[in-house]
Design a protein around this ligand. Structure first.
Ligand code: BGC
Length: 375
């Protein structure tokens, strides 16, 4: 069944089989498979003038592929994922997906608003993770091509019903993906609600800048513009205090290879099984990147810009080779890294953390940009 939004889309975007017509457009789409409920999923391809190519599907708003040039101009895929819908349906660790309503953990799956306690799924070690059993990574997003001056752009929309996954309020979520001619992948999130609720949307792409995930990410040099991070307990829930990065393996204020300190006998590295923490972003000095990643062999350089107060740097500690991804690549430990821009974990239960409450009449609005270049 095609929705109204998709029908409108059909008028704008030529069918993929019509290759001559597609060539003129910056967005093409092809059939990508069918969900168990019969809903057809499509894959959209955005291309910029440099040949950079971003692919997105309706299911989970997942970025299935992102091809960017290395220092010799060779385009390769820098994100982990699967070759077909089946992979994404069969237990994906959030590869490429939009995460909501709450990216990251909420202690014991409970929070209280105006004296009322809400109970969410405890889907991770007795804690709530990434929106629950059927979070935004597992729902069907309507996709429409939208005009944007900067480059090809898609608007993804999803209406989450009142009490879906235990969260109050009907949430109208909108995520815009734009691929600019400056080789930027720009994401704009907005949401509105009809009841007081909590929201923390993010994007869960796993990057591997070697291209086609040739090896692990331990040689990737990461910079995080943060003086403090959020320490966690053994179930990865914040202790409530912030810690200075100075003098710890969490100091990424100067770009450092992930592998350089990840196995140190640091209490926080031990509980996280490596880096799996939120860094508190220092207020960006006028448009500077809050994070960057450099991969020396390919020369690929990724910079992150965001309006969010924190970034979860997860270095793929839980990948263990059992997930077989694109072209039969069994993604082993630390084969990808995530830079999830968001609010701090467990904010609904931590009065000292910046608020994640959204009231009726307000619009949640955040932006994040992943910019690719080489050096
Ligand atoms: C979390 C990890 C979790 C992973 C799931 C990350 O955002 O920080 O703890 O295992 O998502 O793939």
């Amino acid at each position: 069944m095609m929705s109204q939004a998709c029908k409108k889309n059909d008028e704008k975007i030529p069918a993929a089989a019509d290759t001559t017509a597609v060539a003129a457009s910056a967005v093409a789409k092809v059939a990508y498979g069918t969900l168990p409920d019969g809903q057809a999923v499509e894959e959209y391809t955005l291309k910029n003038k440099n040949g950079v190519e971003l692919k997105v599907i309706n299911y989970g708003g997942i970025v299935t592929s992102l091809k960017v040039p290395d220092k010799n101009g060779v385009l390769e895929d820098v994100v982990l994922g699967f070759d077909s819908l089946k992979g994404y349906l069969g237990g994906s660790p959030y590869f490429g997906a939009i995460v909501g309503r709450y990216g990251n953990r909420i202690a014991k799956g409970k929070f209280t608003l105006d004296g009322q306690t809400y109970t969410l799924a405890q889907n991770n070690n007795g804690q709530h993770l990434h929106g629950g059993l059927k979070g935004f990574d597992k729902v069907y997003w309507h996709i429409a091509e939208v005009p944007a001056a900067e480059g090809p752009s898609l608007k993804l929309t999803y209406t989450s019903k009142d009490m879906e996954e235990g969260y109050p309020g009907t949430l109208q979520a909108e995520v815009t993906y734009t691929l600019t001619d400056n080789n930027e992948f720009k994401i704009a999130y907005t949401a509105t609600t009809d009841k007081k609720t909590v929201v923390n949307l993010t994007q869960h792409t796993y990057f591997n800048l070697t291209g086609n995930a040739k090896r692990d990410i331990l040689d990737h040099q990461v910079m995080l513009h943060a003086d403090k991070f959020v320490p966690v307990d053994k179930v990865l829930i914040p202790t409530g205090k912030l810690k200075d990065v100075a003098g710890t393996p969490f100091d990424f204020r100067t770009a450092t290879a992930v592998g350089q300190r990840v196995n140190e006998k640091d209490e926080q590295l031990i509980v996280g099984g490596g880096y799996d923490h939120a860094w508190v972003l220092s207020p960006a000095d006028s448009g500077k990147a809050v994070a960057s990643v450099y991969e020396p062999t390919s020369g690929r350089f990724l910079e992150v810009y965001t309006t969010e107060p924190a970034i979860q740097f997860y270095c793929g500690n839980f990948l263990d080779g059992t997930v077989v991804g694109k072209q039969g690549n069994a993604y082993a430990k630390r084969f990808g890294l995530c830079l999830e821009t968001e609010h701090y974990p467990d904010s609904p239960n931590q009065p000292s953390f910046p608020s994640v409450v959204l009231n009726p009449g307000e619009t949640y609005s955040t932006q994040t940009t992943y910019k690719f270049s080489t050096k």
